[in-house]
Design a protein around this ligand. Structure first.
Ligand code: HEM
Length: 779
């Protein structure tokens, strides 16, 4: 009303201009763009993330009068909603966004249709009680057992088209295989599968679309018949309860705990899971193939390096997920992103938009199969309702990709106009036409290609597998025993961006070794490292010195940065011991460029053994202090560190001895002044004989996870289906940090400062543990 509107305008609604009627239910004026927003219009249907760019940038929470929903588009706001399923109830997740017509309702009544709450739209405490009972089918071991079935189904379909040269992959297999997988997963008897497949009716249109009155009646007929038939199949399964599959688990739980796994739930689930497991995965696979094939260089990279497939599938789920929006309803007046939403407000979280939020994903519109936080996407939802079947969906996508990249690497996307079923939440092309020349099929020359499969572990992709190929462009001696190597992209593209302190992990022979980048940062075509031959080392540096030749192809991970330069200080003291100069030199370059005050202390055995002396003399002459042992000049740490400098930061890299001395020598400096690069993880690795078991309670997922003495917390979380990004898994990088709500932490990492440790509110899950018997985590 008018009074409310005035108040809202004057009261400083953070986003809306006061003069624009109409108003939202909280009295806030609706902006013209919000008023015009219609998710059934072409822009949202074609690309929901792009269609909401304006919202992400200017009005991240708005009321859509055309939809009657509050639309939320930023990553942090959506995650906060997923986190709190008491304030934001999932009960409307499957409500028809377009209410059913009277005719359609009559049809459904005729079939005694009684679809009710399942899991995805059930409130607490009923939901978690049920979910906990039904988790066993989703453990990595249980899912692993389905991989051969998925492989067989994909292969049968691929065999049928491999010699054809042209196909619509959606019609040939992407639609049907996930449905058949879902039926097998449930344990539906083979003889009933065909019938159930036929009933795979238009749920999407019905629930998330704007069906016409005629369509509504037609869909209602299908839904009604499906309801009845699935009831019969369920009855048959209940009568022969010896079968295997998730439905049998549910039947058993229904027998043991009928108040938790109710009768109606069983029947509703039989239907709901077909949607949950089928269309989500079918559309996600079609999206992934479309995105990858429309970038032939990326497709070629996947064919050449199949280890990248899990990472690529995950990035496709982020970039072009099959579920693009999900719903909640506010159970009380609440604020989201600074906008007040009244009790009863219906909320559309556009997860596709969150997945393109630059505040969470660097370069979000680019499909980057090397992205190391793709797993943070919200396509599977988050929190206590997060998709239970995500690892089955991932497995299917990976097997599809693995079979196609191996057997049809020369696959090409045909020019075509893509169409989408108009709806708010599920997105994927209705057809995907591809072509290839069967004469080029590798299996015609080498029949073993057909069956040379590669399997991937169940779960989120491992960052350890995200490796790229680079070629040795140049090699030269940087000092005695120090080999400087320049690496370039095999296709002449720019190398990935990096920052001072970044390193790469080189995978050479059986070794994986970390080397700091030490080239000039402006050089877009080379990554440079300097490798000291360490006769007492474990063999990696010797391998590099003996085997590397120009033109050789290497695999590497990164660039990554665990040793970031904080550019906000007034003055910097840079300290390098021996080959530790490699990250320090790029820091000095950067500080010079920024016009900062800095001094560079570089200690080594002799001039001939110290790398980059000429470059340092040339570029940092005035700031440079050299300490050569053979000239009797030693670095006087005690003198250098005696007086804590005002607004000064120290960055150091070198032998552990030097770093330990620095640590001790700066104890009177302000907390956080000293930053050192560690390349070894002593103290972080697990020693089961000296550990005790503990329990972690997960506040967002409402789970209890046991951590045995021989497992890291990270491993235990993964086994429970919780995706935590990780990288080095040695307590060095900080990627697997988790917020701690309660409990005393035994910190083992080298990332957190003393003050951060003392705060007891976060830990590195790859190595740190509980001091006592229990921790509560914000996961
Ligand atoms: C829930 C997406 C595959 C079973 C969900 C939710 C989303 C989703 C968005 C709601 C999450 C929330 O409210 O936080 C997807 C996508 C898939 C996929 C994108 C494929 C790429 C599967 C498969 C199954 C499955 C294969 C097989 C069993 C479930 C179940 C829930 C669920 C049981 C309800 C969980 C609960 O509320 O506790 N899924 N899903 N999904 N999904 Fe999936």
């Amino acid at each position: 009303n008018a009074i409310d509107r005035t108040q809202a305008g004057a009261g400083g609604c953070p986003f809306h201009a006061a003069q624009e009627p109409p108003t939202a239910p909280n009295g806030c004026p609706v902006s013209p763009r919000a008023a015009a927003f219609d998710p059934f219009d072409r822009p949202y249907q074609l690309d929901p993330a792009e269609a909401l760019r304006w919202s992400r940038e200017q009005e991240p929470v708005f009321y859509s009068p055309k939809l009657g929903y509050w639309v939320v588009s930023r990553y942090d706001d959506i995650k906060a909603i997923f986190r709190d399923n008491l304030t934001f109830s999932p009960s409307i997740a499957l409500e028809k966004i377009t209410p059913a017509s009277r005719e359609a309702q009559t049809v459904l009544q005729r079939y005694d249709y009684g679809m009710n709450r399942t899991l995805v739209n059930e409130d607490e405490p009923a939901h978690m009680a049920r979910r906990r009972e039904l988790l066993e089918a989703f453990t990595p071991e249980a899912l692993e057992a389905h991989a051969p079935m998925v492989r067989r189904l994909v292969r049968e379909k691929l065999d049928a088209i491999v010699d054809r040269g042209r196909a619509d992959l959606v019609a040939e297999m992407f639609w049907e295989v996930p449905l058949t997988v879902a039926l097998h997963f449930l344990g539906v008897p083979e003889e009933d599968m065909d019938q159930l497949r036929r009933f795979s009716v238009a749920h999407t249109l019905n629930t998330w679309g704007r069906p016409s009155p005629e369509q509504q009646v037609e869909v209602a007929e299908g839904v009604g018949r499906f309801w009845q038939y699935s009831g019969q199949v369920l009855k048959k399964m209940q009568d022969q309860p010896s079968g295997h599959g998730w439905m049998y688990d549910m039947i058993e739980k229904n027998r043991q705990k009928p108040e938790v796994v109710t009768d109606n739930y069983l029947h509703s689930m039989m239907m709901a899971i077909i949607v949950a497991a089928h269309e989500t995965t079918a559309l996600a696979t079609a999206n992934a193939f479309r995105q990858l094939l429309s970038r032939p260089a990326v497709w070629a990279e996947l064919c050449a390096s199949p280890a990248l497939i899990p990472a690529a599938a995950e990035e496709c789920l982020r970039h072009s997920g099959s579920v693009v929006a999900w719903r909640r309803i506010a159970t009380r007046d609440v604020e989201v992103g600074g906008v007040s939403i009244p009790e009863g407000g219906k909320i559309l979280m556009v997860t596709a938009s969150a997945n393109h939020d630059p505040a969470h994903f660097e370069n979000p519109d680019e499909l980057d199969i090397y992205r190391d936080n793709a797993v943070d996407h919200l396509t599977f939802g988050y929190g206590s309702h997060q998709c239970m079947g995500k690892n089955l969906g991932r497995m299917e996508m990976r097997i599809f990709l693995e079979e196609f990249t191996r057997r049809l690497p020369h696959l090409e996307l045909e020019e075509q106009e893509f169409t989408f079923l108009p709806n708010t939440s599920f997105r994927g092309p209705e057809a995907l036409w591809v072509r290839w020349d069967p004469a080029q099929n590798p299996e015609r020359r080498e029949p073993a290609v057909r069956s040379a499969q590669r399997d991937f572990p169940v779960g989120a992709p491992s960052r350890q597998d995200i490796a790229r190929e680079m070629v040795v462009a140049k090699m030269q001696e940087a000092a005695q025993g120090v080999l400087q190597v320049a690496l370039e992209d095999p296709h002449g593209r720019r190398v990935p961006e990096w920052s001072p302190g970044s390193h790469i992990e080189l995978i050479v022979g059986e070794y994986v070794r970390k080397y700091s980048l030490c080239g000039e940062m402006e050089d877009p075509y080379w990554l440079q490292i300097a490798v000291l031959r360490e006769p007492q080392g474990r063999g990696g540096s010797a391998w590099i010195h003996e085997h590397l030749t120009p033109g050789m192809t290497l695999r590497l991970r990164g660039p990554k940065n665990h040793f970031r330069l904080d550019e906000s200080a007034e003055h910097y003291v840079l300290i390098a011991g021996g080959i530790g100069i490699t990250p320090i030199i790029s820091m000095a370059d950067r500080l010079k460029r920024l016009g900062k005050s800095y001094e560079l202390h570089y200690a080594g055995r002799s001039r001939s053994s110290m790398a980059f002396i000429e470059r340092l003399d040339r570029d940092h002459g005035e700031a440079l202090h050299l300490y050569r042992k053979d000239a009797g000049k030693r670095l006087d740490l005690a003198g250098l560190l005696a007086e804590p400098g005002e607004d000064t930061l120290l960055y150091a890299c070198g032998p552990e001895r030097l770093l330990a001395a620095l640590q001790a020598g700066t104890s009177h400096w302000p907390e956080g002044s000293l930053h050192v690069e560690h390349f070894s993880a002593e103290g972080a690795l697990l020693d089961p004989a000296n550990e005790h078991a503990f329990e972690v309670e997960l506040a967002d997922s409402e789970l209890i996870v046991e951590v045995a003495p021989d497992r890291t917390l990270l491993q235990a979380l993964r086994a429970a289906g919780v995706d935590v990004p990780s990288d080095c898994e040695e307590g060095l990088c900080g990627s697997c940090q988790v917020d701690v709500v309660e409990g005393e932490i035994d910190h083992r990492d080298k990332v957190l400062t003393t003050a951060e440790r003392a705060g007891q509110d976060r830990l590195m899950s790859c190595c740190s543990r509980a001091k006592g018997k229990k921790l509560k985590l914000a996961l």
